[in-house]
Design a protein around this ligand. Structure first.
Ligand code: G3D
Ligand code: MG
Length: 186
């Protein structure tokens, strides 16, 4: 039997309005590719990728909504056991940014209160069509205490950094929690 060679397994969910680029970001991160041909589902619920971080081997299970953003029925399964969330909006679509608040609430309700989240403004390459300003974003990150990254799944900007950051935040939280359990049991 083969022994699984990782120290941690983290489930991460991607959330955000339809068409903001969740599938493109997931595909870019997992396979290093981008396709303009829209793939409405990955055909599976999640992709797996292993990262080395701070001396730990971390296996990430990245869940993408497979185009089912609107169906309430999948929520419990989608969010169950998630350790972190990537909140994606489209820099060229203001409404997708305004809806981030709704996604935050959903993560808190169905995953668990206080899980790490990273806010992502995607389609960084479409500079001429931006509808969301830096000051809109600053207000949101200040109010919600979110870390913010800008990405282009198309041009492969900021994608690895985003996934590393959310992984780092989850790892830190896991280590802190372990520590507090140890302290309590002393
Ligand atoms: P979703 O999974 O959130 O619904 P998708 O979003 O990943 O399916 O992307 C929706 C559309 O945005 C796709 O275009 C995709 O190619 C495009 N897209 C995703 N990320 C980027 C990006 O960083 N830059 C640009 N320019 N486009 C992006 P189509 O035309 O296939 O619907
Ligand atoms: Mg999708």
């Amino acid at each position: 039997m083969s022994r699984e060679n990782f120290d941690y397994l983290f489930k991460i969910v991607l959330v955000g309005d339809a068409e903001v680029g969740k599938t493109s970001l997931t595909t870019r991160f997992a396979y290093g590719t981008f396709t303009d041909q829209y793939i409405s589902t990955l055909g599976v619920d999640f992709v797996v990728k292993t990262l080395a971080l701070n001396g730990h081997v971390i296996k990430l299970q990245v869940w993408d909504t497979a185009g089912q953003e609107r169906y309430a029925g999948i929520r419990p399964i989608y969010y169950r056991g998630a350790k972190g969330a990537v909140l994606v909006f489209d820099l060229t679509r203001k409404q997708s940014f305004l809806n981030v608040e709704k996604w935050v609430e959903q993560v808190q309700r169905y995953a668990s209160e206080g899980i790490p989240m990273v806010l992502v403004g995607n389609k960084l390459d479409l500079v001429d069509s931006y509808e969301v300003t830096s000051s809109d974003i600053e207000d949101m990150t200040t109010e919600k205490g979110l870390v913010y990254y800008e990405t282009s799944a198309k041009e492969n900007q900021g994608v690895n950094e985003t996934f590393r950051k959310i992984t780092e935040l989850i790892l830190q939280r896991e280590i802190d929690r372990k520590q507090s359990v140890l302290t309590e049991s002393k």
